[in-house]
Design a protein around this ligand. Structure first.
Ligand code: ZN
Length: 459
């Protein structure tokens, strides 16, 4: 990891090329990126993270450029992460970078980077928080995060920034939209941008009114409504003053806010990592899809499916009761004729007949207490049962053992070097999943593993 080490050193010294490289690493979610975050993380927490959000057309980009200029006048350095709703293939993010960089290109106190959302919802790219850590480590006083602002749920910014600035434009009904999108609640500061436009007073007044409605409930900081003209820069210095005031007044709660963010982040990472673990180490290649099919078909509920998969991931066998005999399969020439003996003479009760398409068989289960008898008739000469009868005549055919998790049971069998006839489970009668073990490895007995339709039937 010498490359990583030198990269982190260069990053900590503020080398722009190292910063760009580091952000690319975390954007690609590479292990090197994670290692780098680990190296620099202790050095972070000094930058102030400013989130700027709001609907499209609110002039966020121009406002951010003005904020940069104003911060630089005061000798403060600033890193900017501008989140674009572009796909990584359109090149839009790169073009956005180029246009924005022109104003501040020569200024070493400014670093601007666009990040594509790559389909991530919530207003930010998935790795925006990590990119902010990198800019923090590089020593910028402020890190500005400009969200996509496509009017969707923009809550991610609260989980990333120290202060949330919500921008709006007069005369567009943004306030109402914002209220719907839940942006009002996340705002620490409101900005009516393009305040020279007609309706600016009305927009500001309607925001004030909405704020006063839940004033009674809130205590402490009351979000002020600022006015800016990003094109001329009017009001931008005042906005920065307000950000500083918020920072001062919320100093006591900053720790709690960052801890809440850490909690959200850790939960999110753990959730994602656990899913990766399941997909890579617990579930068979096509198994996740099997679960989805079964849930969609109402054969199992999502909680029971999750419980089974979780149990396996955690190495529990609680969901696997001792094997019980589900049924004994008997090959018969004619199911209905055979009932004369099984129901007529023995007095047992038979279930309704059922055709098993994949097997070309017709079956009737006969109830005998715990285990059943499965009477199987061939519907085609070349079916397995048809061949069995042709070779040996009717009679005992197989023993079915009930399992709660057929994938787990098959894995156990295969691991022990025992061959399966079926490499993947298939549909049996009554929506069950079944798989046959090779009789060559079971002392001549054809063993069927059967996972009933719902786990309730297992118990
Ligand atoms: Zn069977």
């Amino acid at each position: 990891m010498t490359v990583g080490a030198s990269l982190s050193e260069r990053l900590l010294s503020g080398d722009p090329r190292a910063i760009a490289r580091a952000i690319s690493l975390v954007e690609d979610e590479s292990p090197d990126g994670a290692a780098l975050i680990g190296q620099i993380f202790p050095q972070t927490g000094r930058a102030y993270l400013v989130g700027i959000t709001g609907p499209p057309g609110a002039g966020k980009s121009t406002l951010v450029d003005r904020v940069i200029t104003e911060l630089r006048k005061a000798g403060r350095t600033v890193g900017v992460l501008a989140v674009d709703p572009t796909s990584p293939f359109s090149g839009g993010a790169i073009l956005g970078d180029r246009v924005r960089m022109q104003t501040h290109a020569e200024d070493p106190g400014v670093f601007i980077r666009s990040m594509a959302t790559r389909g991530h919802l919530g207003g930010l790219a998935r790795t925006t928080a990590e990119a902010a850590i990198i800019l923090d480590a590089a020593g910028y006083d402020f890190v500005i995060i400009e969200t996509v602002g496509v009017g969707q749920d923009e809550v991610d910014i609260v989980r990333t920034a120290d202060v949330s600035v919500v921008t709006m434009v007069p005369g567009t009904g943004d306030e109402v939209q914002a209220l719907k999108a839940g942006i009002m609640e996340i705002a620490d500061i409101f900005v009516v941008n393009k305040a020279d436009r007609e309706g600016a007073d009305r927009a500001a007044a309607s925001i004030e009114m909405m704020l006063s409605l839940d004033d009674a409930m809130s205590e402490g900081w009351r979000a002020p409504v600022m006015r800016t003209e990003a094109t001329t820069g009017r009001g931008v210095a005042e906005l920065i003053d307000m950000i500083d005031r918020f920072r001062e007044q919320s100093a006591d709660t900053l720790g709690a806010r960052r801890r809440a963010r850490a909690e959200w982040r850790l939960r999110e990472i753990l959730g994602r990592r656990f899913m990766q673990h399941l997909e890579q180490h617990v579930l068979a290649p096509s198994e996740f899809g099997d679960w989805l099919d079964r849930i969609a078909a109402r054969e199992i509920d999502p909680y029971a499916a999750a419980a089974t998969v979780m149990g396996r991931a955690l190495g529990e066998r609680v969901s696997t009761p001792p094997l019980t005999v589900d049924h004994v399969g008997i090959a018969v020439a004619d199911v209905e004729a055979s009932l004369k003996f099984f129901t007529g003479v023995l007095g047992l009760v038979a279930d309704e007949p059922q055709d098993v398409k994949g097997q070309n068989t017709r079956v009737r289960f006969v109830n005998t207490g715990d285990a059943k008898l499965e009477l199987v008739e061939s519907l085609a000469p070349d079916s397995p049962i048809g061949k069995f009868i042709a070779a040996r005549g009717p009679g005992l055919h197989h023993v079915a053992l009930r399992v709660s998790d057929i994938h787990e049971a098959m894995a156990r069998v295969v691991k022990a070097g025992v061959r399966m006839i079926d490499q993947v489970p298939r549909r049996g009668a009554h929506g069950s999943l079944i798989a046959f073990v090779h009789p060559g490895d079971t002392h001549g007995v054809l063993v069927e593993l059967k996972q009933p339709k719902s786990p309730a039937e297992v118990a």
